[in-house]
Design a protein around this ligand. Structure first.
Ligand code: AMP
Length: 289
């Protein structure tokens, strides 16, 4: 718990100067990029940063570049005052809370884009959200440049995003260490997500079925069945297809070192799922260690 004020920066130059001052004082700065509506998942990233770095900077920016034209940009929850309180109570040193104009002064369409290779984007979420990972890679690159922290904290829940960011910093020689944090869940197993706030009560009740399906595959893997095709077919039949509200986008197994599809479950396989439930898009995954 901290007593020091959490400073809000809305302009790039000031947060860059602030970060550089901290570094000149030999402080290790942790960066936690978010789109706000902070939940337990975000707070675990923030706590990990606070526990392992000298100062923590959280960014809150609903990045329009990563939303497609028919996606939920307008409906995405925004609750800065509550977010501020949570950051303050956790001991966050500063929040970067820029406007869209501050981030994209020449407009969304006219900004240079960081575009990850298609081998990483034409699958899983990228297949259903064309351009999404260009938007993610662009904003994350900008945030790394604006806030030159030594460490940045990301959640395993967004596994494809994490994979792409880790490849990106290698390929583009961006000097930052990525720290991966495990997925935080609600008591019934549903992965925490800002979008959970948009679920109607019925959809909220059904939503844990995604994790249940992942867990079904994982539990069977643990007792020796490694055939993902068989297990996913069973999970679909026994769990997912019982709920007409679940519009499955993918239920897939990928080699997490290369992001290539696999049929046999082994250590380092990412079992991932995405579905719309009552119009709200949710994702989740289990990584076999
Ligand atoms: P977002 O605000 O959804 O862009 O997420 C910001 C960061 O929080 C990303 O690194 C996410 O992977 C991470 N995150 C989101 N949900 C969770 C969760 N349930 N558990 C852990 N990290 C999460």
């Amino acid at each position: 718990m901290k007593t020091k004020e959490t400073v809000i920066y809305k302009d790039k130059a000031s947060i860059t100067a602030y970060t550089n001052e901290l570094k000149q004082d030999n402080k290790i700065v942790g960066l936690v990029p978010t789109m706000g509506a902070l939940h337990k998942g975000h707070m675990s990233l923030i706590e990990t940063s606070i526990n392992t770095c000298d100062e923590t900077i959280v960014t809150i920016f609903v990045n329009p570049l990563q939303f497609g034209p028919n996606e939920d940009l307008d409906k995405y929850p925004r609750e800065f005052e509550e977010d501020y309180k949570k950051c303050y109570q956790s001991g966050v040193a500063a929040i970067f809370y820029p406007s869209e104009e501050e981030m994209y002064p020449r407009g969304r369409q006219n900004n240079f884009i960081v575009s990850p290779p298609e081998i990483y984007t034409k699958k899983l979420c990228g297949e259903f959200r064309p351009g999404h990972f260009d938007g993610v890679a662009t904003v994350v690159t900008k945030l790394f440049n604006i806030i030159p922290a030594q460490k940045a904290f990301f959640g395993q829940k967004d596994a494809q995003q994490l994979f792409i960011i880790r490849q990106m910093i290698k390929d583009l020689d961006i000097p930052i260490e990525i720290i991966i944090c495990p997925t935080e869940r609600e008591a019934d197993g549903l992965a925490c997500s800002s979008r959970n706030k948009n679920l109607d009560p019925d959809s909220r009740q059904i939503a844990p079925k995604l994790y249940e399906s992942l867990q079904f595959v994982f539990d069977n893997y643990l007792i020796g069945n490694t055939d993902f095709t068989e297990l996913s077919t069973m999970a679909k039949k026994e769990i997912l297809e019982k709920f007409s509200k679940i519009q499955l986008e993918y239920f897939a197994a990928y080699d997490y070192n290369k992001l290539g599809a696999v049929k046999t479950l082994t250590p380092n396989t990412l079992i991932a799922i995405a579905a719309k439930i009552g119009g709200v898009r949710l994702i989740d995954n289990i990584l076999i260690k």
